[in-house]
Design a protein. Structure first.
Length: 147
């Protein structure tokens, strides 16, 4: 029984571990240098590994921003903080319909630098279980990218 509980815990919290903060020395040097070159004004930089990418979340002036790099330091996506009330109506509708009990604490508008595709990423802020909900502008849920 104890083994089953441990296995279930690993399966449930395993995907969350991939989005944990990582120290600067675990960031590929090309990604680290690319951030410094592209955004020299970035402050309070926090790195994490997200779906096979290295994400830098930082402040530029008073605005929270993010940028995702691959191992070679190439930008995969950029994003900025967006007020929950300014999310597109289809996104707000999907959140209200399918996630009525979730508390959303932050939202980002994210642009895929290769396709120009725009998505909205909302972070839930429950204490025991937190996750990111990714939706297109028309409110469709996107599956998680597998590395």
């Amino acid at each position: 029984m104890k083994t089953l509980i441990l296995l279930l815990a690993a399966l449930l919290w395993g995907p969350i571990a991939h989005a944990q903060a990582i120290p600067d020395d675990q960031v590929p040097p090309l990604a680290f240098v690319a951030l410094q070159q592209l955004h020299p004004q970035a402050r309070n930089v926090k790195w994490k590994r997200v779906q096979g990418w290295y994400q830098a979340s930082y402040m530029q002036g008073t605005a929270p921003r993010l940028v995702r790099f691959d191992m070679n330091g190439e930008v995969q996506a950029t994003g900025h903080d967006i007020a929950l009330g300014t999310l597109p109506l289809p996104v707000q509708h999907t959140l209200a319909t399918y996630y009525p009990t979730r508390t959303i604490c932050q939202a980002y508008e994210v642009v895929n630098t290769h396709t120009g595709g725009l998505t909205y990423e909302m972070a839930t802020c429950e204490t025991n279980f937190s996750r990111t909900i990714t939706l297109t502008g028309d409110g469709r849920k996107l599956p998680r990218r597998r590395p």
